[in-house]
Write a protein that binds this ligand. Structure first.
Ligand SMILES: NC(=O)c1ccc[n+]([C@@H]2O[C@H](COP(=O)([O-])OP(=O)(O)OC[C@H]3O[C@@H](n4cnc5c(N)ncnc54)[C@H](OP(=O)(O)O)[C@@H]3O)[C@@H](O)[C@H]2O)c1
Length: 286
């Protein structure tokens, strides 16, 4: 089986690379923008022509949520048009597309974990561009969209590294306590993806959306407190604040907990709690 991973220098891509032993019979093509710029339709088609691809895991994305408010064309080029390019190539060369999406497609006014069938209404341009990417996948006869939330990993920039840095240099840090969701260790999402792929042969389910995050619920404040405690940075006090006191260019949902029942049942996944996931990530931090 030949698996193409796009945007593989990012958080999820690197965690997938780390776990290729989970699929010992697969052949992996890890690419990022230098090897395959997915916004270039002809390059995408050329790549598929030269390399037989069974499954594509699209980890490439424009992920700068606040910047996306002003860089709308760039966000759309990567999160929508490029996904359309991949979808067209997958349709032409009979490849299976796995697209990663986000909890930010929801407006956050819910109060119980969001199911895949719940109405979407993004509050930010990033959310709009990712939802457009989902729509690009839905033009296909087969595919999987995995929405995830609050992704962090041992690679790149993320909330865990930001908090650890602040915890080492400051005595207090203000963190919003009225946005509730679930952090996701990209290592666990990567494991799930490698477990899902062997179950895609003879797929007759069209395009399906699934939700994946770690288990449990917390606010960014709870998450920050846990990061400080587990990183032994207890001298830095985490102060809960309201979103209105931390204005950002992009609006974020107040509630974006994802219901994972569908993905767990369909693919037989057991998902760790976010606190255990954080511990697992931190044990690899130097
Ligand atoms: N991060 C989160 O909190 C979060 C939450 C929910 C969902 N998600 C979704 O999860 C997925 C993975 O996120 P992540 O955090 O792993 O993202 P990431 O770390 O930002 O990685 C994205 C990768 O895509 C590359 N890329 C950008 N434009 C490209 C292009 N035109 N062609 C090929 N590669 C390109 C980036 O390269 P450059 O760095 O050089 O631009 C980067 O290496 C994304 O779909 C994201 O929307 C993320």
């Amino acid at each position: 089986m030949n698996i193409l991973i796009t945007g593989s220098n990012g958080q999820l891509g690197n965690e997938l690379k780390k776990r290729t032993a989970l699929l010992p019979n697969a052949n992996f093509l890890f690419t990022d923008v230098d090897e395959l710029n997915i916004t270039k339709k002809e390059d995408v088609d050329d790549f598929f022509k030269k390399n037989p691809i069974d499954v594509v895991v699209n980890c490439a994305a424009y992920t700068a949520v606040d910047k996306a408010e002003t860089e709308q064309n760039q966000a759309l080029a990567i999160n929508y048009q490029a996904v359309l390019n991949l979808a067209e190539a997958c349709s032409k060369y009979n490849s299976f597309l796995i697209q990663i999406s986000t909890d930010y497609v929801f407006d956050g006014r819910g109060c119980k974990p969001y199911q895949e069938i719940d109405a979407v209404d993004p509050m930010s341009f990033y959310g709009i561009s990712k939802l457009s990417g989902e729509q690009a996948v839905r033009t296909l006869e087969k595919g999987v969209i995995i929405r995830t939330s609050w992704l962090y990993s041992n690679f790149g920039h993320n909330f865990v590294f930001t908090m650890r840095k602040l915890g080492q240099s400051q005595t207090t840090v203000n963190v919003v306590a009225d946005q509730v969701g679930t952090p996701t260790f990209a290592g666990h999402l990567a494991e799930a993806i490698w477990k899902i792929i062997p179950q895609l042969s003879d797929w007759k389910e069209g395009v399906q959306i699934y939700h994946f995050s770690n288990e449990g619920v917390c606010s960014w404040y709870d998450f920050a407190k846990e990061i400080m405690e587990r990183s032994k940075l207890k001298k830095c006090r985490v102060v809960p604040i309201e979103s209105k006191d931390y204005p950002t260019p992009a609006k974020r949902p107040f509630y974006s907990v994802l219901n994972k029942a569908k993905i767990k049942k369909r693919f037989g996944l057991a998902i760790p709690h976010w606190k255990d996931a954080l511990l697992e990530m931190l044990k690899d931090v130097k």
